[in-house]
Design a protein around this ligand. Structure first.
Ligand SMILES: C[C@](O)(CO)[C@H](O)COP(=O)(O)O
Length: 225
C-alpha cells in the first residue's frame, strides 16, 4: 500500500473585500484564473498524491473549468473551519486506512505559492507533526487605548499551506466540531485540540493572499516576471 500526502485548496469563501462580482479565486490573473495557479503549484510536488478543491456549490461550473481529472471537488461549509472539516471527512477513509499520512491546507487565494515551499512544509510536517510557513514580523507593536506599549518579539505573519499529520488533524477537527470551536486557520484549531508540535517554516514574501484589489495588481506583476 502506497502512502501519500493530500493537499486541500480552500476556495469556498466569498472573498467580498476584493470588490468583484465573481468569487475572487476565479478572477483572471496573468492568463489563468487565480485558483489555477494554486492548484498547479501542488500538482508539481511529487509527494502530493491527492488534490482536493473545496468550493461553493454555486461555483461548480467555474471550478470544473480549472480542474483536471485528478482534482477531487468537495463542497465547503459556512466557515473556514467547516470547509476544512468537510475536506477531512472526504479524506477520512484514506486517512484511517493509512493511505494518506499528511494533509496540507492552502488558501486558493495564495496563487504565488511555490512548489519548493510546499515541499518544505511537507517535509517538516512528516518530521515533526505540524508545519506552518510565516514571515518574521519585526514591526509588530502592541497598542493599548491608542498608545504603543511594547514590541511583540518573535511574531510571525502566518501563511499557507499549513501541514499536519493526517490522523491527529482529523481527530482534532472532529473534537473541535463537538465543542463548537471556529478557528481562523488550521493552526489555530491544532494549537487548541492537538498536542502535535507546530514548527515554523520560513515563508515567502511573494506568497501573498489576494484580499484587496491592489493584491491582484501586485500578483499580476510578480507572475509576469
Ligand atoms: C490562513 C491565513 O492565510 C493566514 O494568513 C488567513 O488567516 C486566511 O484568511 P481568510 O480570511 O480565511 O482567507
Amino acid at each position: 500500500m502506497e502512502t501519500t500526502a493530500a493537499a486541500v485548496v480552500l476556495a469556498s469563501g466569498a472573498g467580498t473585500r476584493v470588490g468583484a462580482k465573481l468569487n475572487k479565486v476565479y478572477l483572471p490573473l496573468a492568463g489563468r484564473r487565480v485558483v489555477a495557479w494554486s492548484l498547479d503549484a501542488f500538482e508539481r510536488v511529487p509527494g502530493i498524491g491527492v488534490l482536493v478543491l473545496v468550493i461553493r456549490p454555486q461555483d461548480r461550473e467555474l471550478a470544473e473549468e480549472v480542474t483536471g481529472e485528478g482534482v477531487e471537488i468537495v463542497y465547503g461549509g459556512d466557515t473556514r473551519q467547516a470547509s476544512e472539516l468537510n475536506a477531512l471527512r472526504h479524506l477520512a477513509p484514506r486517512i484511517r486506512g493509512g493511505r494518506v499520512d499528511a494533509v496540507l491546507l492552502h488558501d486558493a487565494a495564495r496563487p504565488l505559492v511555490h512548489p519548493e515551499l510546499v515541499g518544505a512544509v511537507l517535509a517538516r510536517t512528516r518530521e515533526d507533526g505540524g508545519a506552518v510557513p510565516g514571515l518574521a514580523a519585526d514591526d509588530v507593536v502592541e497598542v493599548e487605548a491608542g498608545h504603543l506599549v511594547a514590541q511583540v518579539p518573535g511574531a510571525i505573519r502566518v501563511q499557507t499551506p499549513q501541514g499536519f499529520r493526517a490522523g491527529p488533524l482529523l481527530e482534532a477537527y472532529e473534537k473541535a466540531e463537538r465543542e463548537g470551536f471556529v478557528g481562523t486557520d488550521t493552526s489555530s484549531c491544532m494549537e487548541r485540540f492537538s498536542s502535535l508540535p507546530i514548527r515554523w517554516v520560513p515563508g515567502a514574501p511573494e506568497n501573498l493572499k489576494i484580499t484587496y484589489p491592489h493584491d491582484l495588481v501586485v500578483a499580476e506583476r510578480l507572475l509576469a516576471r
